[in-house]
Structure formats: structure tokens, C-alpha cells
Design a protein around this ligand. Sequence first.
Ligand code: SF4
Length: 362
Amino acid sequence: MGKTVIALQPARGALAPPAAAARAQGAALPVDTRGRTLRDLRISVTDRCNFRCTYCMPKDVFGDDHAFLPHAEILTFEEIVRIARIFHALGTEKIRLTGGEPLLRRGIETLVAMLREAVPGVDLTLTTNGSALKARARALREAGLDRITVSLDSLDDTTFRAMNDVDFPVARVLEAIDAAEAAGLAPVKVNMVVKRGVNDHQVVDMARHFRGSGRIVRFIEFMDVGSTNGWRMDDVIPSAEIVRRISAHFPLVPLEPQYGGEVAQRWRYADGAGEIGVISSVTRAFCSSCTRARLSTDGQLYTCLFAQQGYDLKRMLRDGSADERIEGAIAAIWEARADRYSEIRTAATAKERKVEMSFIGG
Ligand code: SF4
């Protein structure tokens, strides 16, 4: 799996760490070494996926004999909710459920409802490949999900079936997007990872298809996530080129960010047909405003998508530690955080062993 985990072993019965005690007295929320708050939490609820996208879970690595996490290692819904509540106390305003494919986690609607009740003020979202969404969109909305992002790398059926590598058709993802919108999970965002020579010929078609629909396509530069996707800089289509290609057909105008730390740069169609986003993780790193923490399926905290090590929160969840102690540990981890991988990426760092995206969510 390519992950290192650091166990946090506070002495039992000791006083709560200073950070938690200070916050209890009204002190400021934790800020990392570069001044970034802990605004977002991505929670991976399963390491399994029914797709084998070549850039995320390639079949030759995640084959039939791949050992996924045993059930006992996976955080329970109660543990996830407890962690979410603690993060909320530390300033987290947005929670995204990811995977793997989160809809493969049995009873995910129940988890959504539990989170909605436990942390009512947070923005609660989910990223899915859409394969099981059509029948469940309404239940997710009724459980309290605010919005949804659907991954769709091509509108061309042959290209899409090849990219997901399980022969899944585009039409069913498009039906799922319709269902999500009808259920009130709007605006639906559609994420397209663009890889040169694989699906970049589809960029303009994707823009054309969703223009004027109210759905927002976000074009994502192909990244060196994990250790298995064979990333090369040559495979990256820079966002500036994506904007140029689309603009040649449908002129685009830049939009101001809606909030500090917004991942996508937003552009609107000059003719009023909606907007797109580009996520330039490779060519225009946004580490300086990155407020995202990631919780893996088995309860490890990662402070960067490209991290090589995590921190073992599950152990604290299961060893009788009080919330204050866990809160203090998370605050201390965050306050020591210095991550800025995308700012220092090179061909050499791309080859380093990193945690797989299917394990911590994208
Ligand atoms: S590379 Fe790490 S620190 Fe930089 S934006 Fe991505 S997740 Fe955040």
C-alpha cells in the first residue's frame, strides 16, 4: 500500500495536551507552519472500488488477488462521526466522503444522516464514480447530503470504458448525474482527469456537452498520486492549455475565487452558459492555501494527498482516549504541518512511494 503510519501513544491518564486545553479556554483554532487552517476533511469510507481507472487503481496492481482492508480495520460509522465532531471543533467546515468508491460502503446513507445530525453546520459532500448513484441519489439527499461530485473522464464510450477498465458505459453515469440533480444535489460537479493522448481530445466535447446545463465540469491535471500510475510530466495537459482549447470554441472569462483556498480556478462562459473549473495541481500549485486533511479508511490521518506517512488516529479511537486527547493530538499534528508537495514536485519526487489515492480519497 506504500504507507507509513506513526502511532500516537499518549500516556493514559495524563492531562489533555496543551493545545486542547488552550482551545477549551477559547484559544484560537490550529494553524499549520504556513498559516493554513484545518478547514476541510476528506474521509475515505472504503478502499474498494468497482472501477480500475488506470491512473488510480490499475488492474495489474489492484487485481483479483489484491488484499483490501479487513472489516475490523475499517473505521465504524460511530468512529467516523466521533472524528468528524472533533475536527469540527478544530475548525473544519467542510466534509467530503470519498473512497475508493464511497457508495460501495454498505449503509452510506446512514453515515450521512449520522454526520448531518452530529455536525449540522458543515458542508457535507461526496465524490463518486456514479456507477451506483442513480438509485441512491434521493436517499443520500434525504439523509442530508448537500452536494455531490461525479467523476467522468470522457463522453466517448470507447474511451471511458477503456479508462475505467471494467467496460462501464458513459450512459449510466450520465443517468446518475440526472438523478442527482433531480434529487436536489445541485449544482452537480463533474470531475474529468485529463491525460495527454488518452482523453484530452475530449476536453472541448465535455465542455460543449455540459455548457448551459447548470452542471460544472472541473478539468483536473493528471497527477502523480500514489506509486502505481506511471506518471510522467509529458502526460500532463496544463490547465492553461485546457482553458485555451475551450476558449477557442466558447470564450471564457476568469472568475474570482468564492473563498480562500478554493482548489479550482473558475471560468465562466462569456455568453452566460455557466462555468467550468480547472484544477492545476501540477502547473500552478495551490499548496499555500491548502486546508485539507485526509482520513484513510482505517483511521490514519494524512496531511497531504502525496504524503508518505500517516498518523494513527484509530488507535486512539479504540484505546479509550477521551475526545480532548484526540483533539489535542490532531491539533499538534496540524500545527507541525509543512506540506507543499506540489510546489516541489520533480520527476524524482514523482517516483517516491506515496499513499495510494484509493486509500485516502482524491
Ligand atoms: S500537494 Fe499536498 S499540500 Fe499541496 S495542495 Fe496538494 S494536498 Fe495540499
